[in-house]
Design a protein around this ligand. Structure first.
Ligand SMILES: *Cc1c(COP(=O)(O)O)cnc(C)c1O
Length: 794
């Protein structure tokens, strides 16, 4: 006899197989099975979802609207099953129907609607807002194609292909064809009394698609509402009837381009008209939706800030400022200044980066062409700010461009950085002038990660050990992991902890063997750097150290080396030439080193292609060492670093982003620190010969660079990596050379620590026990208190 829930679930699956998929069990494919399970589980989500909606409506509660160009949510089925407490029931039900539960879960494509950390943060926040009972909507774009799929050519270069997660039906979403807004572009502005009338010359339809987001134990659910673009008149019948079949479909094709692709550029402004249109498209649709919902509950627009908190995730939705002013002033007759102050009281802005190339700026001419009324309003907002603050220097408009960061700052009542160090740098650099005018506005909210996905779901063995040791309840109260500390003092617990890690590593080793045909030693240290490829993240520092290490092992193969498997993962923006060169180099270093019989047992390099959320869930629980080696001052926070320490990996890292806080939490003695501080990096660059001096001073670094230049990793061709090595020798903005020796020394300390395996385990377990503060529940509670002024509903 199956337990009741498994039985009931089995019946629900069978019902959906028949009536939703149109298949009987005998003919059901893996896809049919996954869809039937998804729909059966989705049915279970609907009830708490309605209940949460009713509760916030009845309480007339304030709601959060999280506007984000990206939501890197990954797979949803396993997470939903876990949150509903149905993992065992689902396993049993699926097995009872003759299918393998793991295979069914693995059939789901990743929803890769984001590039990296920024989009993953939005996904973790959705999870925490639902867990905490914070009434919220996530608003974004329903991209037809998420982030590109990465593969490697035979020569080791990155190849990109289109990702098509929507080729199969998306089982989680509800299409809302009756919730659609016309979003206009271009056209003319006519004065009409004190306000203006904007008549766009073209428009697309923004259609809503809702995905319920269930919280821990199904107590609350919010909505992720993604907008898809469609033509208003989908089809030109006259063109069709006259035989022009392609022309007949042109309006539809044109409109759809707006939600067709996620821009794969992680940090730089594409400078594309389409990008600006995407930003306005989803922001304007979301604001229209927000005001419509508000109007159903309240008719007094001055109450808007008491009901509506809009969070702008980076500057991508920054047009929300002028658009909300336009909706209030032009369309609803509110005084301009009142409209600006009302909008500001609703809006808040999260800054994610200080990299100058990533701070969005739009040419005024482009803005005037695409959004003529908004351009006028931006000028008025700038003028109003100048009038109120005569001493100011910062301006929104500069050199014929609109600076979206300044616009966001001026239109937000709170601006937050994402780690303590980053927030201080936001104050002292990019927004220094504005900070002095508005000293209360910038606050810190250190990022976090959801422990449901990143510990409970991704690492079931460690989760079971934790629950065995301290009981359950840590899943939504992660600081309770501190209760592990007394147990860590006992050899029994340390053995159990070490065994969990060993089994996770053995699983990963098997996957690497099957998927990549590389045999790795599961007893070696698994040393992992997975993240987007960028020069500031310094994957090239890591590969240079690997080359140097390889040389020294060759010279002295019988010395006491700690065997390592060096694991890389990550994509480079297709247009980012240098990042792609680094990928190319890593693959070729791997080819050469893995073929060296002399070092084979001590050093292996693996780089599985197409890093995504699912791969992160596979790799992180098996990691011994986490590489967080960015140039200090450049990584705003990082969240990958948090996932690793929570899962019991030790970090080798710089004092950058949230590494600073992680080190304070876990204890400096349980963290391998190296490299210059942010201030030292700035000082170091004052000397134009910093890289030359660093190379001259380091034999190891000299040899590693020369080995690349000799063609060792490029079939004897010395020119292959010339741009990369020349950049290191003459420019090296990210101070790879200046930090090299310090990195090498820290890696040798890692080796020494590895030899005392029991102590290593103790340090790793302390990382887990002390990572509770890194939960995104803590981050969201803090946003609710300091920015949104919203109380939890559960
Ligand atoms: C967590 C995560 C990131 C962010 O990693 P960082 O190391 O903080 O840059 C990027 N991509 C995926 C798939 C992630 O899960």
């Amino acid at each position: 006899m199956l337990p009741m829930t498994a039985n009931a679930l089995r019946d629900a699956i069978l019902k959906h197989l028949e009536y939703s998929q149109g298949k009987d069990l005998a003919n059901a494919s893996l896809y049919d099975m996954r869809m039937a399970l998804t729909l059966a589980i989705r049915d279970k989500v609907v009830e708490p979802w309605f209940r949460a909606n009713r509760a916030s409506y009845q309480a007339q509660s304030k709601r959060v609207y999280y506007l984000s160009m990206e939501f890197l949510i990954g797979r949803l089925l396993e997470d939903a099953v876990m949150n509903l407490g149905l993992t065992e029931a689902a396993h049993e039900a699926v097995a009872g129907l003759g299918h393998n539960f793991r295979d069914v879960l693995d059939d789901e494509p990743d929803a890769a609607l984001g590039n990296g950390g920024l989009g993953r943060l939005a996904a973790c926040f959705l999870d925490s807002m639902s867990t905490l009972g914070c009434p919220a909507y996530g608003y974004g774009i329903r991209y037809e194609h998420g982030l590109f799929r990465q593969s490697f050519g035979p020569d080791g270069r990155q190849l990109e292909s289109a990702e098509d997660w929507l080729r199969q039906r998306h089982g989680w979403e509800f299409a809302r064809p009756d919730t659609a807004f016309q979003i206009g572009f271009g056209g003319i502005v006519a004065e009409s009394g004190r306000a203006a009338v904007w008549t766009p010359d073209n428009a697309v339809l923004a259609k809503a698609y809702d995905t319920p987001v269930i919280g821990w134990q199904g107590k609350w659910a919010n909505t992720l509402r993604l907008w898809g673009a469609e033509a208003i008149d989908a089809f030109d019948l006259d063109a069709f009837n006259s035989g022009d079949f392609t022309g007949a479909a042109a309006p539809e094709a044109l409109a759809r381009t707006i939600s067709r692709v996620l821009y794969p550029d992680d940090t730089t402004d594409q400078g594309k008209e389409l990008r600006l249109k995407q930003e306005f498209f989803f922001t304007a649709a979301s604001l229209r939706d927000i005001l419509r919902r508000f109007a159903r509950e309240c008719s007094d627009l001055s109450q808007l800030p008491n009901r509506v908190a809009i969070q702008m995730n980076d500057t991508h939705p920054a047009i929300a400022g002028p658009e909300l002013v336009r909706l209030l002033h032009d369309e609803r007759g509110m005084e301009f200044e009142t409209a600006v102050d009302t909008a500001r009281a609703c809006l808040a802005y999260t800054n994610h980066t200080l990299l100058p190339e990533a701070l969005e700026r739009w040419p005024e001419a482009l803005m005037t062409r695409v959004l003529p009324r908004h351009m006028q309003l931006i000028e008025r907002i700038d003028a109003l700010h100048a009038q109120r603050h005569p001493t100011r220097q910062a301006t929104i408009l500069e050199g014929g461009e609109v600076k979206m960061g300044e616009l966001s700052f001026v239109m937000a009542h709170k601006v937050n950085g994402v780690s303590a160090l980053h927030t201080e740098l936001v104050k002292s650099t990019v927004f220094n002038d504005l900070h002095r005018l508005h000293p209360e506005r910038i606050i810190n909210q250190t990022n976090g990660i959801t422990p449901r996905r990143w510990l409970k779901g991704a690492n079931p063995r460690l989760s079971a050990l934790i629950t065995d040791t301290i009981g359950s309840g840590w899943e939504d109260d992660l600081e309770r992991l501190r209760d592990l500390e007394p147990a860590i003092a006992t050899p029994e617990f340390r053995d159990a902890f070490a065994q969990v890690k060993a089994r996770n590593k053995s699983d990963l080793a098997q996957w690497i063997g099957q998927d990549m045909g590389i045999k790795v030693n599961p007893d070696a240290m698994f040393d992992v750097q997975i993240k987007r490829f960028h020069e500031y993240k310094r994957q090239h520092l890591n590969i240079l150290e690997i080359i140097a290490l390889w040389q020294e092992i060759r010279e002295n193969p019988t010395a006491n080396w700690a065997p390592r498997v060096k694991i890389f993962g990550g994509k480079a923006a297709p247009g980012y030439v240098m990042a792609k060169e680094i990928i190319h180099l890593i693959n070729n270093v791997a080819r050469v080193i893995n073929a060296d019989k002399l070092t084979r047992d001590l050093l292996t390099v693996v780089y599985p292609p197409n890093y995504n959320v699912t791969m992160a869930e596979r790799l992180i629980p098996a990691a011994d060492l986490s590489e967080q080696i960015s140039t200090a001052g450049k990584e705003a926070s990082g969240t990958g670093n948090m996932k690793f320490s929570l899962n019991g990996a030790l970090t080798i890292g710089t004092l950058d982003g949230a590494n600073v806080e992680i080190r304070e939490l876990v204890g400096a003695e349980n963290f391998f620190l190296f490299g210059m501080t942010a201030d030292e990096v700035v000082a170091c660059r004052q000397d134009p010969a910093h890289m030359a001096k660093a190379i001259a001073r380091s034999q190891r670094l000299t040899r590693a660079i020369e080995l690349i230049e000799s063609g060792t990793f490029s079939h004897g061709d010395p020119s292959t990596y010339r741009d990369l090595t020349q950049n290191l020798r003459t420019h090296d903005y990210f101070t790879v050379c200046a930090d090299f020796d310090s990195f090498w020394d820290a890696q040798r300390q890692v080796d020494q620590a590895w030899f005392d395996r029991d102590n290593w385990t103790r340090m790793a377990a302390l990382n887990t026990a002390r990572s509770g503060w890194l939960s995104s529940d803590r981050t969201i509670k803090s946003y609710m208190q300091d920015i949104w002024s919203i109380a939890p509903m559960i």
